[in-house]
Design a protein around this ligand. Sequence first.
Ligand code: UT7
Length: 329
Amino acid sequence: MSTLRAAITAVGGYVPEDKLTNQDLEKIIDTTDEWITTRTGIKERRILKDPTKASSDMAVEAIREILNKKQLDPKDIDCIICATVTPDMIFPSTANLIGDKIGAVNAYGFDISAACSGFLYALNLGASLVESGKNKKVIVVGVDKMSAIVDYTDRTTCIIFGDGAGAVLLEPTTEEVGVMDSLLRSDGSGAKHLHMKAGGSLRPASIETVAAKEHYIYQEGKHVFKFAVTGMADISQELLEKNHLTGDDIAWLVPHQANLRIIDATRERINLPKEKVMINIHKYGNTTAGTIPICLWEYEKQLKKGDKLVLAAFGGGFTWGATYIKWAY
Ligand code: UT7
């Protein structure tokens, strides 16, 4: 019996129209375009301004693109996995809300909370469901409305984040393509450097938590940067070695877009030229679980069947990982 693999057979994406540029930020905090550009590579981000819209609405836009491209009946979707740290509500899961909005009446679904590595965690879980034969059509969506949890008076964090969604469809294949291998890690001792202080069962929302601004992202940037640089580069290199690959074999590095300097460190570590790295951080900033699928969506036309891709991420948790994919179409 031939091995069943999970192949990405379609991608979709969505970013809101409204832009928040470095020049806009210069007007509201003590910063400069020059500082933001040289420290992060970001020039602008997209913001979902409509107060009636949430993460599920961006995810729905991304998934609808897949449904249209593949002429897929939503009733045929088996499972929806949504990676996000900005769910519409604490419960029910955003995946359930997405399923309802797109009419995926036969699907089950759930959310994955793994911050910037969320899409990789969700992709690997979805792939396992397909490889096992349990499910035939799995939607994996990475989405975050970071503007909902960013303190726009905190110049150390508000410059980084933006809103957006990217989605993929996973289907079974017996060809030598699809999700080939993965390394995923986490270390909860890193939580103290990047978290949201209140709104969970430890510190439920109260007048005090709101007044103390505890419902925003708390990040010690320098610490996170140090762990991210080594974490993302080391795991990418380890994955290549495990699969007897070198940078020469790789067509594309698809890195989480948190900071251009972190991306460069990973690229240098696995010996790739700049042209082989998917980059859109200058346009969208860090959309957390959205970054990797949004990259795939934007670069889709440049991908060829059989291309070897390394997807790599590092983020809150700490969580990190790398996934080796052979492009399927
Ligand atoms: O995706 C989730 C995981 N998150 C990450 O991967 C983020 C990792 N961290 C980073 O990307 C970087 O640490 C930041 C971009 C957040 C910050 O860059 P940095 O080079 O680490 O700057 P820093 O925090 O060491 O700050 C350097 C200086 C400080 O001033 P002093 O103390 O040296 O006088 C800051 O107050 O820059 C100052 N600063 C700013 N100046 C202008 C901090 N933010 C700003 C700002 N504009 N927006």
